[in-house]
Ligand binder design. Structure first.
Ligand code: CA
Length: 230
């Protein structure tokens, strides 16, 4: 398992390297302080995961991500200074897998890395494949039958499609734009009020208490995710 860190602050590189040495010594860490070198190493070193800072001295992290995505689906975790929603939205749309806000703890970083790796190894669900079951929601993709805690639930096609997108990306934050495009079509990408309404409907049908959801969570200003039940 190989990790690439693209970060211009040597103290952070050192801290992250030390963290892995201590907690997960099987991981070998490669690092660089510039974006261009980061793109090059992403190709020559074939890392299993990349930790990418946004503010770099030559090209910014978004440009690094864009260039990497031209040749690789390697999981990328972006480091941001604050919880900047615009950065999150842009990063998710460009194919980042997760975010860690500085300053972060070793345990938080390790947990994110492990979660992203697990997701990247999860096979995609397809219409003909075996039913989805997270212990609370069960979906038979062939018959489109859905049960919540073993009680059958009827969904409209839009509700079904919305849930389907979230199930396919279980545990992952999906942007408003992504969901609107997938479910409603690209001419609706700004119709966040549609989405909000349908999320509310889904919660009423799926959650124990739609007012304090525990399945479909809101990432404020960014999107929604279906929680992954371990
Ligand atoms: Ca920086």
């Amino acid at each position: 398992m190989k990790l690439l860190i693209v970060e211009d602050n040597p103290e952070i590189i050192e801290a992250v390297s030390f963290c892995f040495e201590l907690r997960w010594p099987e991981v070998s860490v490669v690092s660089t302080e510039t974006g261009n070198k980061g793109v090059e190493l992403a190709e020559t070193e074939s890392p299993d995961l990349i930790i990418l800072d946004l503010g770099l001295p030559d090209i910014n992290g978004f440009e690094v991500l864009r260039q990497i995505r031209l040749f690789s689906d390697v999981p990328v975790i972006i480091l941001t200074v604050r919880s900047e929603n615009m950065d999150k939205i842009k990063g998710l749309e460009m194919g980042a897998d997760d975010f860690v806000v500085k300053p972060f703890s070793h345990m938080e970083l390790l947990a994110r890395v492990k979660a992203v790796l697990r997701r990247s190894q999860m096979p995609e669900l397809r219409g003909e494949e075996k039913p989805f079951n997270n212990g609370r929601i069960r979906i038979d993709f062939t018959s489109r039958e859905i049960t919540v805690n073993n009680n059958p639930v009827k969904l409209t096609p839009i509700e079904y499609n919305l849930l389907y997108q979230m199930v396919r990306n279980e545990g992952r934050v999906l942007t408003h734009r992504f969901l609107l495009e997938k479910v409603w079509g690209e001419e609706y990408v700004d119709a966040t009020d549609y989405l909000k309404k349908y999320i509310q409907r889904l919660r009423q049908k799926l959650e124990d208490d739609a007012e304090s959801p525990s399945l479909i969570l809101t990432e404020r200003g960014v999107g929604y995710k279906l929680i992954k039940i371990a």
